[in-house]
Design a protein around this ligand. Structure first.
Ligand code: G3H
Ligand code: ZN
Length: 285
């Protein structure tokens, strides 16, 4: 069933777990995520980045995501990930996304507030939820690259001011994670998560969660993280399965035989994450 991002995150917050938000670019990834969520009876978020939308086309991504969500036996939100462009965000709202992320993290505080607030007014008028980002998450996610030197942690007092001014439904915070593959082991600032949690009420979102040790993710959830974003680890499973299959069967030309095992491995990866986030068995349908 298609639901808003807000309803998913409020349920997660009330029941002390995090919803997995997995990036999608094509049919096999969408199916892997939905099958994993249904098998574990878990609410889930399908999210597409602007890069994913550019690759597949908005009509395809929206149609795939909405079809999957509407037919799913679990609650599913279709979410825009890292919307940096006003027109792109509006396009997603028009195509039926039930949630959008407005990423104004490249701006100074007041500009980020202005940018995010504008989207909140429009999205809320049509029942779409809004996630915003405060602080700068390092690494590369599609078209956004933030160097280690530019990455800045979220300030709790600023987060309070930002949420009050914008009216966003959830907040992505920078607390030590980074997008893409980690060079060393990421160190999360748990005290900061706790302080932000004690300062603001809206559900908190953790980006750059691939490659983060599971104990750290579990602790982050126990401290108030309600949505966990995963892209890189699913990509890695996709590539691993395709490579393995083609190494074993170099003559293979049937896309179904190449992509089928990739869909299976991605599903297993998504299931593993769902269990770590504690969202298994949390569907209310
Ligand atoms: O917005 C998407 C996620 O933050 C992706 O993070 O590169 O660690 O999978 P990841
Ligand atoms: Zn992200």
């Amino acid at each position: 069933m298609l639901v808003t991002g807000k309803s998913l995150l409020e349920h997660a917050q009330a029941h002390n777990y995090a919803v997995g938000a997995f990036n999608v670019n094509n049919m096999e990834i969408v199916q892997a995520i939905i099958e994993a969520a249904e098998e574990l009876n878990a609410p889930v978020i399908l999210q597409a980045s602007q890069g994913g939308i550019k690759y597949a086309g908005i009509e395809y991504i929206a149609s795939l995501g909405l079809l999957a969500a509407k037919n799913a036996k679990v609650p599913v939100a279709l979410h825009l990930d890292h919307g940096t462009d006003f027109d792109e965000v509006i396009k997603c709202i028009r195509h039926g996304f039930s949630s959008v992320m407005i990423d104004g993290s490249r701006f100074a505080l007041e500009e980020n507030i202005e940018f995010s607030k504008k989207i909140v007014e429009i999205a809320h008028a049509v029942g779409v939820s809004v996630e915003a980002e405060l602080g700068k998450i390092g690494g590369t996610e599609d078209h956004i690259t933030v160097s280690d030197a530019d990455a800045t942690f979220t300030d709790p007092a600023e987060a309070k001011y930002f949420v009050e001014k914008t009216g966003v439904d959830s907040l992505a915070i920078a607390v030590g994670t980074a997008h893409g593959v980690y060079k060393g082991e990421p160190k999360l600032d748990f005290d900061r998560i706790e302080e932000i949690r004690n300062t603001i009420d809206v559900p908190l979102v953790l980006h750059g969660s691939s490659g983060v040790p599971y104990d750290a993710l579990r602790k982050a959830v126990s401290l108030g993280i309600c949505k966990i974003n995963i892209d890189t680890d699913v990509r890695a499973s996709f590539a691993k399965a395709v490579k393995e299959h083609l190494n074993l069967h170099p003559e293979e030309i049937d896309p179904r035989k190449i992509l089928g095992p990739a869909r299976e491995l991605m599903k297993e990866t998504v299931k593993e994450k769902i269990r770590v986030f504690g969202s298994d068995g949390k569907s209310w349908l």
